[in-house]
Write a protein that binds this ligand. Structure first.
Ligand SMILES: [Zn+2]
Length: 313
């Protein structure tokens, strides 16, 4: 007997075998009985298994697809949020560059004041001079231009900071020069004799007066007109009691006919320090200060080194 024949014989036996299904109501009423072949039972059972398996697979696919859709929605939301962040970064960068431009204009003015020379436009645009700044944490795929622009703005800001540091240094130098430049009248009083040719009031004859004479009461304080170091404090022919101060930058000042000295040689003085008091020692016909200013060893008109009060701190 072949295998096919055996299968046919098996099916025929199953068809011949029957089972009874009794449906009995829970209450009163007649029960109903169905007779069905065993073969059909197997067929119906197999169909139900296939149906249940298919339903299970379809359900799994549905759940998986739903998760994928949710994931895509989440990625889309994140992408949109990131897009908004980049737009905000771009807007902030533009505002930053506007402020840099305003600072650059201010910087140019300050550089002119301090004789530093302007920064060429192409150098300022390129931000040359600043170190490369690590902003790799800002790098986003596909947005390299934004990152490049940020990098450039940071370099420009660094250049600006370097320039301000130059200006601060220049300002400090300027301040130091100003502090060591005679800039005030050493004592109160009236200028009675200027920096000019004149007749000598004691010996007669015409000679050049190398300073100015400030007439005032005996004992009036004399102050240093600038920072410096006392190079002489004592008596000299003609000057009487006198003080010489070296200020640096080629400046020297001298004070003659004092009644009393307050400083000694080597003493450092600041502008405004009292160094002596007005008198009439030496070749003087009355109490006054004889005040000389020298630049590079040459006498100059002291009146040129008395600035208006509003220019002095
Ligand atoms: Zn004089």
């Amino acid at each position: 007997m072949t295998r096919v024949t055996r299968i046919r014989e098996g099916i025929r036996k199953l068809r011949n075998k029957r089972v009874s299904v009794v449906l009995a109501p829970s209450g009163t009423g007649a029960s109903r009985t169905f007779r069905i072949s065993l073969f059909r039972c197997y067929v119906i059972g197999a169909a139900l298994c296939i149906f249940a398996s298919s339903l299970f697979v379809i359900s799994l696919q549905y759940v998986s697809r739903r998760e994928t859709v949710n994931r895509l929605d989440e990625l889309t939301r994140r992408g949109e949020a990131r897009e908004r962040q980049f737009d905000e970064v771009a807007a902030q960068r533009e505002r930053f560059q506007e402020k840099l431009l305003a600072l650059a204009a201010f910087d140019d003015s300050l550089r002119v004041v301090h004789d530093l020379g302007a920064i060429p436009d192409d150098v300022r645009r390129a931000g040359v001079g600043g170190p490369l700044t690590d902003i790799s944490h800002l790098v986003k795929a596909g947005r390299d231009k934004n990152v490049d622009d940020l990098e450039l703005a940071l370099r420009q800001a660094q250049l600006q900071r370097d320039s301000f540091e130059d200006i601060i240094s220049a300002q400090a130098r300027t301040r130091h020069i100003f502090d060591h430049t005679p800039a005030v009248k050493p004592c109160a009083g009236r200028v009675v004799s200027g920096f000019c040719w004149r007749r000598n009031p004691i010996f007669g004859g015409v000679q050049f007066h190398k300073g100015i004479d400030v007439a005032t009461r005996n004992g009036t304080p004399i102050i240093a007109p600038a920072d410096g170091v006392v190079t002489f404090a004592g008596v000299k022919s003609g000057y009487g009691y006198c003080v010489f101060i070296r200020h640096g930058y080629g400046f020297e000042t001298r004070y003659g006919h004092c009644s009393q000295l307050r400083v000694r040689e080597g003493r450092r003085v600041k502008r405004g320090d009292i160094i002596a008091f007005v008198g009439a020692t030496g070749w003087a016909i009355g109490p006054h200060l004889h005040y000389e200013v020298l630049v590079g060893g040459t006498h100059v008109d002291p009146a040129q080194y008395v600035l208006p009060d509003y220019l002095i701190d």
